[in-house]
Design a protein around this ligand. Sequence first.
Ligand SMILES: [Ca+2]
Ligand SMILES: [Ca+2]
Ligand SMILES: [Ca+2]
Ligand SMILES: [Ca+2]
Length: 616
Amino acid sequence: MDGPSSRPVEAFLPRRRARLLVHAFALAAAAGCGGDPGTGLLRSDLDAAHATAKAWRFTEVGAKAGLLWEHRPFNPNGAFDAYDHGNGVAAGDFDGDGHADVLLLTQCGPAGYFLGRGDGTFADRSERLSMLGDGVRVGVAYGDFDEDGRTDFYVTFVRRPNALLHQEADGTFTDVAAAKGAALVGHWSGAAFVDVDGDGDLDLAVAGNMQFTEPDQAVPASAGCAAGWKGKSVYDLFNVAGSDPSALLINGGAAAGWAFVDEAGARGIPPGGPDGAEARGFGDVIALDYNRDGRPDLFLPEMFRGRSALLENDGTGHFTDVTAARIPQPSFGPSNAAAEDFDGDGWPDLFMTDMHSDMWPATTKPFSEIEAGVRYLGEHGPHAGVGDNPTGPLYGNSLWMSAGGGAFTEADLAWGAETFNPWGVLAGDFDNDGAVDAFIPAGMSNPWPYYPDVFLQNAGGRFVQRQEDLGFLLPPEKRTDPSILVDGAPLVRSTRGCAAADFDEDGDLDIVGYAWRSRALLWRNDLPRGRHWLDVDLRGAAPKDPFGAEVEVVAGGRTRVRWMQGSRGYLSQSTRLVHVGLGDAATIDSVSVRWPDGTVTRVEHPAADRRLVVAR
Ligand SMILES: [Ca+2]
Ligand SMILES: [Ca+2]
Ligand SMILES: [Ca+2]
Ligand SMILES: [Ca+2]
């Protein structure tokens, strides 16, 4: 399984259905499926966990699944500078064999590239990304920018040119960033592929961050970490440090050899700024169609000082900042955001996770003494009193629930969406009940106290925290990693980038990520059987990856609306399949796809509990 498969996509569908039948009736047959010589993991082990699952759990199986990889930060000393912002993760079928794969970025040391076998285990092909070893990596996005049918990657860096990795026919990669006009140099964070100008090719939005290193910061010359770091204090980032501008790379298409030109300034992307009050740096970028006019809009969460940007697309890739009118009180310090329909009205809601209002408790304060479910009056968190800022930014998460037509109402506290020390929000229907849930990777690095990851199950009108009974506390050390000492104290384990895909192809979304300065983590979703689902695999004409397409599924008397999204997860990207939980509905009335060019494809009565390919 060393290269992109040339098999038609339908080739793997019968096998999928067969597997699902096995799951539905008896798992005894799975015992004959053999084992995996690479991991020692028996296929029957994987299936047995599902067969016996009575209560819903996530089981962490990263090492057993073959994800043998470690995250290594550039600055080993902790969280006093923005190097602790972490790295992105990508999940999806990269090599075209139908099985979900994983890419893991680290600041130092080798990036991880693991090809999924479809049974929840992986083959290590990390040598294919060895060209990323000479710099501090940050975020990742993927899409087929040159329409050759193979998935390509964009990887952002700190003070080293960003990489555009073109996938070759043999599954290896070539960095073509310089030739394609995409070799940006600066402090970059998240990125998202989406066709913003509607001309049929994928453009690329790249978030610029604050200038969190000193100008003479040396870039590591090899995959080894440099001995010294010259990051600015995180305290400087609030008012002093300048920001690198964000980029909007417009794809010139076949006529231009698939080369990009950065047109951010001419197209309404907020500029960066010099040191001082004008500095505006972003933490990530997502594409969403907030007013459902079929034109992809952008949201850039600003990590410090509450000036995130909701940018409305006029359909030609020119943007107007509508934040003040639509999101009058964004979170103060969000590093990430998700756009999903949490309340089931068919409109995308906007959930921002605010890390930087929460990082001010004394470093000795145990997390059990922190009031996690409240928002504070000021940016200094627990020191600032409880209650919402009446006019300015909100000092905590914010959940902007769409009221239709592009209007939003803030509903974070009403929904129970406030959490502590969150890095990102990975939204998805993890329990297949038809309502979108969210996994919140959380926890600051040393010397701040650990705070657990949070799982928000959508209970209809409110989230319920389920992380403890679902198994998200990291065993066995839970609070710290005693094997690694920083300043004489055990390392605080916390989670950063993560992404979702159904790696074991059992019909539920699993989660892949990593713990800071620790190993890769794969949370296998052990959802008891019974609820129905559909994965919609959208094959566009131009672009072939139709990010932004809207999918409407009618089943069991309910209509659910989802979107094919590029950036999903902090600095990360999740499966390109549109996963739809159907609850008790075993049959589907219809699936309608609105493609980026506005045309609609409707499929009547497709079967549930399978992958449905819809081609333009
Ligand atoms: Ca694959
Ligand atoms: Ca390609
Ligand atoms: Ca385009
Ligand atoms: Ca799964």
